[in-house]
Design a protein around this ligand. Structure first.
Ligand code: AMP
Length: 401
């Protein structure tokens, strides 16, 4: 069975058509600049084990037109991988925020759509775009079951002592201010891959998702998320590509009140101009790593700060879990940047975490889970490629089969 997985942005649609029995990606692509001039679709597909790619410049006034164009590509003579549009029986949508209402994957009904809409104040950038994607998919694929997979869902097991902020209760009860956590699909996927790989069902693990956004998660022996580094929004926790991660909130008051900066500007600085970009001048770890090796002072500091923060959370989550069996690196930086893994694991032998520098380098960017700890390390150190789209497809399949 083929499942179409959708990640909708306000002017983009990212898609993958996945066969859930084999896990194979039949086709994938990205429609960009929807509703603007110069819109296009980059579509790639696999036929007879060969990969093909095509860029199509096409007017995409809205998401429904984009879905129809994608559907034409999926069935087209040259670019097609399925016979007809009706072959797609289910569509899995990545939805960023499900708050406390949705702790499981849901078949989308009017009620679910109303709830996603109602949660817009909690995810003002993402939920509206996700909703546009759902409405457009319903129009373009009226016979398919639409399913929502929530980024926050995996974290619903976090206990109240960990998800509440120490502010008056009213803000939680009436205004829903609490830590929700994100990247849940990725944390769950790499944990389950690691558990399978290690053949251990009661694995206690710390998952470290280091992409452009970054977060860590403490997962107990029952496979439940019990702590995560992102909070009410995705700005908390680790240092990221352009986000600051944890800062003292009084910096915000200082910027607003003493430096007379409008709140919008403060928000922009913390979300878009901070993190690696703010410290080292680039939000791409590949650039920063080159500068690091060339001896650039800011790049060296950036790596030190970035990995110091990860280390602090490793220590905290080891305490929360009362010991760990494995730490798991994933996503763009976690899978591909040996330097980050090396520095993040340095001097952690007191916690039983000892990296093999040789394995860390030789097993960089793996296609399957790999182990990179030293022989005398009590804790396994794994690199596990994440695959959020496959996890969304599998979860969608679970509710429609
Ligand atoms: P993601 O959000 O998981 O796609 O991760 C994107 C980030 O991964 C990019 O911004 C890069 O910083 C990082 N990245 C991707 N490939 C590499 C690589 N080969 N070496 C270091 N960092 C990489």
């Amino acid at each position: 069975m083929e499942i179409l997985v959708i990640n909708a942005g306000s002017s983009s649609l990212k898609y993958q058509l996945i066969n859930v029995e084999t896990g194979n990606v039949l086709a994938k692509g990205l429609a960009e600049r929807i509703g603007m001039d110069g819109s296009n679709i980059v579509h790639s597909w696999t036929k007879d084990e060969k990969e093909y790619k095509k860029e199509i410049n096409i007017d995409l006034p809205d998401h429904t037109v984009a879905f129809n164009a994608i559907s034409d590509l999926l069935v087209g003579d040259e670019t097609g991988v399925i016979r007809e549009r009706e072959d797609i029986k289910a569509i899995g949508h990545r939805v960023v925020h499900g708050a406390e209402a949705y702790t499981q994957t849901q078949v989308i009904t009017d009620e679910v759509k109303k709830a996603i809409e109602e949660l817009i104040p909690l995810a003002p950038l993402h939920n509206p775009a996700n909703l546009i994607g759902i409405n457009a998919a319903e129009k373009a694929f009226p016979n398919a079951t639409q399913v929502a997979v929530f980024d926050t869902a995996f974290h619903h097991t976090i206990p109240e002592k960990a998800f509440r902020y120490a502010i008056p209760e009213k803000f939680y009860r009436e205004d829903r201010i609490r830590a929700y956590g994100f990247h849940g699909t990725s944390h769950k996927y790499v944990y389950e891959q690691a558990s399978k790989y290690l053949n251990k069902t009661d694995l206690k693990a710390i998952t470290i998702h280091l992409g452009n956004g970054a977060s860590m998660c403490a997962i107990n022996e029952k496979g439940e998320s019990v702590e995560t580094s992102m909070g009410f929004g995705p700005l908390a926790g680790l240092i990221m590509g352009t986000r600051s991660g944890d800062i003292d909130p009084s910096i915000i008051f200082h910027m607003a009140e003493e430096m007379n900066m409008p709140l919008d500007e403060v928000k922009n600085i913390l979300n878009k101009q901070s993190g690696m970009l703010g410290i080292a001048g680039s939000n791409d770890a590949r650039d920063v790593s080159k500068l690091y090796h060339a001896g650039d002072r800011n790049a060296i500091l950036c790596y030190e700060m970035y990995t110091h923060r990860i280390k602090k959370y490793i220590g905290a989550y080891t305490a929360v879990l009362n010991g760990v069996d494995a730490i798991i690196f994933t996503a763009g930086i976690g899978e591909n940047d040996a330097l980050t893994r090396q520095l993040a694991c340095q001097n952690l032998s007191a916690l039983g975490i000892i990296l093999s520098e040789e394995a860390n380098i030789s097993k960089n960017h793996p296609k399957q889970p790999v182990e990179i700890q030293a022989e005398n390390s009590r804790v396994k150190i794994l690199v596990v490629p994440t695959n959020e789209e496959l996890e969304i497809a599998l979860q969608t399949w679970e509710v429609v089969k």
